[in-house]
Design a protein around this ligand. Structure first.
Ligand SMILES: [Zn+2]
Length: 327
């Protein structure tokens, strides 16, 4: 079983729809090209995990909201400098870039915003971020911003603002993937009904298995699937099970299995949240090098090779291709 899993995983196109690694890079704590015993993602460990497509999020700390545009520019610069410094890291803005990276055994880094604070309410700033290669937007983090209310503001019942609605339209037109993870429920509903392109939840799990505000109801999962999008099952222990200290790779497989049962295998992907979970990690998924454990777990549950390839990365590739096509 171990060998079958390893070889299937090695041949598959593997993607991860969310990590917070840029934070350490920006602060100068780590370089992507150097294997570290800190954190969970760097290029050597991405190769160990056979990852082709890695989304790198720009997450703005609340202490930087006042100068969020500057922060976002500095984070984008940190990412682009890593692309310049490493031959095995390319920036992906089209599906051709993903396929070229796969063929070359390189990592395709996709720049995303986790929370639109750096846009400071300006579509002109969005257009400039797009020029820098931004291809995925998580509309909010946990709090209120110019676009919408995050999940910690859910009590307000607030959905998308006028700017948030304009942003959905602009992302559809420009070919930027829309992400509803962290968004309060009313905003999720708005985004799903307004978007003409597939919508993802880059790092969220099923509320039916773990009742956490960051997880998705069955109705939300069905809504994401109806757009042609997918849920990136996430490894953050708190979102896997209530007794988070017991979280393991088996819980990740449980969430994948639940979502597959609800909406089908085309609407599930991986969204690790590596480097966004502090020292916590589920047993068996301590860092990105351990991703073959997911392939092994899916094989053990009786998943066929095509279904496993879909979950590991082809679903993400399909959505990225559809959203960025012609943009
Ligand atoms: Zn997050």
């Amino acid at each position: 079983m171990e060998n079958e899993a390893t070889s299937l995983h090695r041949q598959a196109f593997v993607s991860d729809a969310h990590c917070d690694t840029l934070l350490d890079v920006l602060e100068g704590k780590r370089k992507l090209g150097e294997r570290s015993d800190k954190g969970q993602i760097d290029l050597p460990r991405l190769h160990d995990g056979h990852v082709t497509a890695q989304v790198f999020a720009i997450w703005t700390p609340p202490s930087r909201y006042a100068d969020a545009l500057r922060y976002g520019m500095e984070a984008a610069d940190a990412f682009l400098r890593e692309v310049d410094a490493n031959d095995d890291l390319i920036q992906a803005t089209t599906v051709d870039d993903l396929d070229a990276a796969f063929a070359d055994g390189a990592v395709a880094g996709i720049l995303s915003l986790e929370g639109v604070e750096p846009l400071m309410g300006s579509l002109a700033v969005l257009r400039n971020f797009h020029r820098l290669g931004l291809r995925l937007i998580t509309l909010t983090w946990n709090f209120r911003n110019e676009a919408a209310d995050g999940v910690k503001e859910s009590v307000t019942g607030g959905g998308l603002t006028h700017f948030g609605r304009d942003l959905v339209e602009a992302c559809n037109e420009m070919g930027i993937v829309l992400d509803v993870s962290h968004l309060a429920p009313a905003g999720v509903e708005d985004a799903l009904s307004l978007s003409r392109k597939p919508v993802v939840a880059s790092h969220s799990n099923a509320k039916a298995l773990c009742d956490h505000p960051r997880n998705l109801t069955d109705e939300q999962i069905k809504g994401i699937a109806a757009t042609g999008g997918a849920v990136g099952v996430t490894f953050l222990p708190d979102f896997l099970r209530k007794d988070r200290e017991n979280a393991s790779v088996a819980d990740v497989i449980d969430h994948i299995d639940y979502i597959v049962g609800l909406v089908g295998v085309e609407h599930v992907m991986l969204g690790s949240d590596f480097d966004g979970m502090g020292d916590r990690a589920p047993r068996g998924l301590e860092d990105v090098s351990k991703l073959p454990a997911i392939t092994a777990g899916l094989l053990e549950r009786g998943y066929g090779e095509d279904d496993i390839r879909a979950i590991l990365g082809l679903n993400f590739r399909r959505i990225f291709a559809e959203v960025t096509a012609g943009a």
